[in-house]
Design a protein around this ligand. Sequence first.
Ligand SMILES: *Cc1c(COP(=O)(O)O)cnc(C)c1O
Length: 402
Amino acid sequence: MARDSDSPRPRGLRTRAVHGTTHLPPGAVSTPIVHSSTFTSASIDDMMHQQELGADGSFYQRSGHPTLKAVEARLADLDGAERALLFASGMAAIAAAFLAHLEPGDHIVALQQSYGGTTELLHWGAKRFGWEVAFADAREPDAIERALKPNTRIVHVESPTNPTLCIVDLARTAERTHRHGALFFVDNTFASPAGQRAIELGADLVMYSATKSIGGHSDLLAGVVVGPAKVVKPVWKARVVFGGIADPTTAWLIERSLNTLPLRVAAANANALTIATRLAANPEVVRVFYPGLAGHANHEVAARQMALGFGPVVSFELRDAAQAQAVVDGLGLISVGPSLGGVESLVTLPTLTSHRMLSPSERRESGVADGLVRLALGIEDADDLWADLESALARSRVPAAR
Ligand SMILES: *Cc1c(COP(=O)(O)O)cnc(C)c1O
């Protein structure tokens, strides 16, 4: 953890988001973007040395480059981890982590509620690489433990989950996973490094779609893996082999976004709690899914493990699909679109996006009702967001029978 030289007090997250651990020499405040696909050396011996240094060397852009290394150092420090790797997308990061740590015949336990791309990746790995995959229901406290087998190599979770905001007790799951001798992976995208300290809660490897809160401005695609050097090293190798590294411009944009990450996450999380509370009191709304509400099944666990509030995503259930569509189409300030963690609020219908491929009964079983709406809150004024929602809800009301 970063400390000022004259003080033993650990620096706060907002300071670390801006300064990282390094004191820059006088000069440029912003890391220069080095656009170079290759790096020259003074001699063949020096070039061989750079190549051997791997992630720490300057050899060829696919193995690492200066703009990327600067942001990776800041990302690792922010999560309290030894190493971080930046990828071209969240899926490139997650795929590299699995490819690095699974061999044919290895068993992986993931959640039924996993991100759609992750579920597809696991099915793909099962078919082509011989991974043995089990899906545990995040709503059942002991489902992960029951799914463990002698050959379980990885337990991979998300918390909160999409779109019904299930909460997994990360410290407890880490302890059970480690007792079993497996690695504990956390996709921490929904909470972000500012909102949930997954490494400190016991994760061996933490993954992010940096496309979401870390990037935060809906203008790039990126992914991150953080963890101890010995768990990250094989993931670096997978990144070199499969080539999913982030380019210099993306790396620089991520570094710039990190400066405001804790502020943006705190603002979006505060908006989400305000909106969830008002939705819960609205007569049109059947049910609200948000871990910040006292009625949520795992509210206490969420309060313990989420540092800056309960995340930017709120889902709510309306009477039926027709009302959900009418409300979403009736919004003005809040635009229709997938994704989350940007400065602007977005809304989507999970039945038509992430859960489109499931049958209605499979959807109901996973808790995704026909009238479910998913809101991803941005950093706008909560009263403006609520005015938009409230009027769309009022216009969707069935006229009272006379
Ligand atoms: C978006 C997302 C991903 C995939 O990230 P991309 O950057 O789109 O590849 C993975 N996990 C979660 C939880 C996500 O929300």
